[in-house]
Design a protein around this ligand. Sequence first.
Ligand SMILES: [Mn+2]
Length: 363
Amino acid sequence: MANKFQQRTAALLELIPEQYDGALIISEVNGYYFTGFNCDNGYFLATKNGCAYITDSRYTEAARKAIAWCDVEEYGSGKMKQVCGGAISKLGVERLLVESSRMTLQQYGDMSEVFEPALLSGDGGLDSFIQALRVRKDAEEISFIKAAQAISEQSLKYVLGLIREGVSEAELAFEFEFHARRMGAERLAFDSIVASGENGSMPHAVPGGRRIRRGDLITFDVGTVVGGYHSDMTRTVAYGKVSDEQRKIYNIVLRAQQEAMDYLISGGDDLAECDAAARDVISAEGYGQYFGHTTGHGVGLEIHEFPTVSFRGGKIPTGAVITVEPGIYIPGKYGVRIENMMYKTEKGAVNLTGMDRELVELG
Ligand SMILES: [Mn+2]
C-alpha cells in the first residue's frame, strides 16, 4: 500500500495539467512535505513515469533510508548534469513544473541547465497546487500541531510563574525556549516575542533588556515545532494591577477575538468575513486605527502559510489551521494581542488552543 508521501505525490500529479509530465521540487519545506526527508540540497522529481530524488553525498545514506519508495541518486563533484540529465532520460519526461515562488532566477537558470533536455516551467501553477494540498491537514498533522501547542502552553505557564519586578524580557524569552526544548520541542517556531509596557505597542517587538515593572501589560507571542509542524499562540498578561483603560482595551481585544472564533465555529468560511468579525468590534470601540495587521494566517510546516485572514477574502478550505489574533497597539503606551489556532472542519471549526484568555494580574 502507498505510504502517505506516495499518496501526496500521487495527489499532486492529479492536479498537474496534462501538458506537463510532473514537477521538480527543490524547496526544503515542500521536499519534506512530499518525501518526509529534510534536506537543504535535495531535488525531488515527481513525474507521471515515476519519481527520483537527487542529492549529494552528505545526504544520500539518510535519504535512501527515509525515501525507500523512490530512487535516490547521488551526484559527485562535476557530475550534476550527468546525474540530473540521466534521471530525466530514465524517466522519459520532457516538461516539468517548478516552484516559481520559491526559486531564484539563478536557481532557475542552473536547474534548466542540469536537467536538460527537460523544459522547466514556472508558469504552470505548481505553487498553488502544492498550497491546495498542504492547507488540508490530516489527523497526523493536527496531532503534531497539538503536541507543539501543548509544549508551548506548559512552557508559557512556567514562564508566567517567573515574572517578578526587574526580570527582563530577554530572560523570559530564554526561559521559554529552555523549557520548551527540554519538553521535546524540536525548535522554536520563530523568535519568541516578549513585549512589556510601552514595547507592547510594537506587534513584533524583539525582547530586550527592558525590565518588568508593576502595571505592565506583557505580550508573549510564542510557538514551537514538533514533527516539522508549528504552533502559534499569543497571550497578554498584566504584572500588578491594570488601569481602567488597560482593562478596557484588553476586553475589547478578547471580545473581537471571540467574535471571529465564533464566526468560524458556527461554520463561517470566508476569510474577509472572519477578519471583519474581529475588526468591527475594535473599530466600533474607536480603536480601529490601532489594529494595523491582518486577523490571522495559516499555520503548518511553516509558521505563516496559506491562507491569510484579511479583507482580501476567499474561502477557508476545510482542514486549514488558521490563527485568530486581533490586537490593539497604542504607541508609546502599551499593546494587547490574543491569539488562538483554529482548525477548520466540515461543519465549523475547533479551537486548538487551550490556555485561558481572561486577563490575569500577576504578582
Ligand atoms: Mn501568529
